[in-house]
Design a protein. Structure first.
Length: 626
């Protein structure tokens, strides 16, 4: 199964501890630590197990079902409301039996039989816990862990990097959990409706069955975040919120060097974002921009606001090639501020807390209530889009009162819906640098799908119009590599029979995602060697030749979701030399996704119009033209 190697299936028990006047419930893999701690600090005298050894997730689930908050921190008997227990003289005994029966019954339903007929009384007096040693390391462990969520072995590694070997790390973490300074969760949890979900990446549907190395029962692990080590119901994640930094809240001056010129729309967004961080009741902000309209510096005013107050900023970076660019922009803009890259294999000196951190999805997943501002800039992420794991990770990486800014040309449907309901602030950058409105896709339908011929007839018309009237090249996007070749082979003879003016000697190039020659072919198209490129999508923002129209063929295919179509359509007309390029969605029916794209592009254009960007920018554009 790969991942972090052989980890045994660790077991926990659900227990109850009691004193003459109160009782509490808890779970533990090392009950002697609990008993010793509760005995020494709060005068508990007895302890019994009310479950057999179970994976942490199941134990957590039982605790959640059969105890309430006071029962988890110590509940006095005088507050009891259960009549049959109240009448009894021996409180602990009655409560214990009651809980034991409930747990046993539920476990039977899970097919997990608890063989004991009575709660098992813990007799651990003889084993003393060496508090002195444990205490010594508590502070350092909490300091290493603060602001992060990690497995035991990851914490161990961080300690080793600091030159510290701690034998009883699990016991120390457990103690910190008992004291409420550290949070422990199973990495895969049981949800209320009996399903399993990953606590690390937040996904449900990638958790699969597996057998653990020890223990006879089947276990689970999460496929999605496997490269971070197995996330399992029997494996704990430990977390601690970031401590307040000593310099926090003291406003200091932070210099911002911006040697760039903003468009009017970008400048307004820059100001709006700084305001959002300074004072806004909402915690999340969607920066909805036209494709290619945003730039990373738009968010730097907001970053400065946070740095001024001693806060920290996290950038979630979905792709590697954007990382170095963003890093150097930040270093240039904020001289004297520490910026750190967390990408790929963890580097040493892991525990330093830089002011600004740039992290990949997998590194972002390790932060826990740590940052005052978290930024996800998806503008350059193309062709990657809203990655739910990264968004989950960033939400957890942000302090409770921290702010999240999400910049994207293709807002995910759930985020867009929340923005519509006013739960998220929205800042729009509705117009591109060159000041022309976005191109609205035209929908071309051919209902008769059996006759592939007819569909291609339409495409031929569009190609002819593009080449003869617009003197433009045509990018034809199809759902898969097979169709790319097939359409290429069918189109070529037709075009050659038509005597189209301006048709090149080699009119069509076709390629797909798995074509090793793909980059070369795209290049040739870009240089204008062919009229038409048939492909399965764009790979980067520079892919589309400046004078291109676009045909999305079989645009009703399920692979063309709204975000994808919006990305494709948004590329057309990017160049100042041909801002009015055309986009056609050619399919056999109109999908919700196609409609959504047309509606969203219209909304952005209307916003640009309303704010007067179209007129202003056009004037500037004309001047450039002359
Ligand atoms: Zn397991
Ligand atoms: Zn996961």
């Amino acid at each position: 199964m790969g991942g972090g190697g052989a980890v045994p299936c660790r077991r926990y028990v659900l227990y109850m501890a009691w004193s003459p006047d109160k009782y509490r419930m808890g779970i533990s893999a090392i009950p002697r630590v609990d008993f010793s701690y509760l005995q020494n600090t709060e005068g508990y005298q007895g302890m019994a197990f009310i479950s057999p050894p179970l994976p942490l997730a199941l134990c957590e689930y039982l605790l959640a079902v059969f105890s309430n908050q006071p029962e988890r921190s110590g509940k006095p008997y005088r507050n009891l409301k259960i009549p049959f227990i109240k009448r009894s003289k021996n409180y602990p005994h009655s409560i214990l039996r009651h809980k034991f029966k409930q747990v046993k019954k539920l476990l039977e339903r899970y097919g997990d039989d608890y063989l004991a007929h009575e709660p098992v009384i813990f007799k651990g007096e003889g084993e003393a816990v060496d508090y002195f040693t444990l205490h010594q390391y508590e502070d350092i462990v909490e300091f290493i862990l603060q602001g992060k969520i990690l497995f035991l072995r990851e914490i161990q590694r961080l300690l080793q990097e600091q030159g510290l070997e701690v034998d009883d790390l699990e016991a120390i973490l457990h103690l910190l959990t008992l004291k409420g300074q550290v949070v422990r969760v199973p990495s895969v949890k049981w949800t209320a409706n009996g399903a399993v979900a990953c606590n690390r990446c937040g996904l449900q549907y990638r958790v699969v069955k597996a057998f653990c190395n020890e223990g006879q029962k089947e276990c689970y692990y999460c496929r999605e975040c496997l490269m971070l080590g197995e996330s399992k119901p029997c494996e704990a994640l430990y977390a601690a919120p970031a401590r307040v930094r000593p310099e926090e809240k003291l406003v200091s001056s932070i210099r911002l060097n911006l040697d760039i010129s903003f468009s009017q729309a970008q400048y307004e967004a820059f100001e709006a974002l700084a305001r959002f961080v300074r004072k806004d009741s909402l915690n999340e902000c969607l920066v909805w921009e036209a494709c290619g309209a945003g730039r990373p510096e738009t968010v730097f005013g907001a970053v400065r606001e946070v740095l001024k107050r001693g806060g920290r900023v996290l950038f979630g970076v979905p792709r590697r090639d954007v990382l170095d660019d963003l890093f150097s922009r930040l270093e240039r803009a904020f001289p004297g501020v520490s910026v750190e890259i967390r990408y790929g294999r963890p580097r040493s000196n892991n525990s330093k807390n830089s002011d600004i951190v740039l992290a990949s999805t997998h590194h972002a997943l390790k932060y826990y209530y740590s940052f005052d501002l978290v930024v996800l800039d998806e503008s350059d992420a193309f062709p990657y889009r809203a990655n739910p794991i990264l968004i989950n990770a960033l939400r957890r990486a942000k302090k409770t009162e921290g702010k999240l800014i999400y910049m994207t040309p293709t807002p995910a449907p759930d985020i867009y819906a929340r923005a519509q309901r006013g739960e998220i602030k929205v800042v729009q950058i509705p117009i591109r640098q060159h000041g022309h409105p976005l191109v609205i896709p035209r929908v071309v339908l051919e209902k008769d799908i059996i006759l592939e011929d007819k569909l291609l007839d339409k495409v031929v018309q569009l190609i002819r119009e593009s080449i003869e009237e617009d003197q433009a090249q045509v990018l034809v996007v199809v759902p898969n590599g097979y169709l790319s070749r097939r359409v290429g082979e069918l189109l070529l003879p037709r075009l050659e029979g038509l005597n189209i003016q301006g048709l090149k000697e080699r009119p069509i190039i076709y390629t797909g995602a798995h074509d090793s020659e793909r980059a070369k072919k795209v290049d040739a198209y870009f240089r204008g060697e062919a009229n038409i490129l048939i492909t399965t999508g764009l790979t980067g923002r520079g892919d589309l030749a400046p004078n291109s129209n676009m045909v999305v063929l079989w645009s009703d295919n399920e692979i063309f979701d709204e975000g994808y179509l919006l990305q494709l359509a948004g590329r057309v007309g990017w160049s100042e030399s041909y801002p009015g390029g055309k986009v056609w969605f050619v399919g056999t029916r109109i999908t919700r996704e196609m409609e959504g794209v047309v509606r969203k592009i219209r909304l952005l254009n209307e916003e640009a119009q309303r704010r007067g960007y179209l007129e202003n920018q056009r004037i500037r554009y004309n001047r450039v033209q002359r």
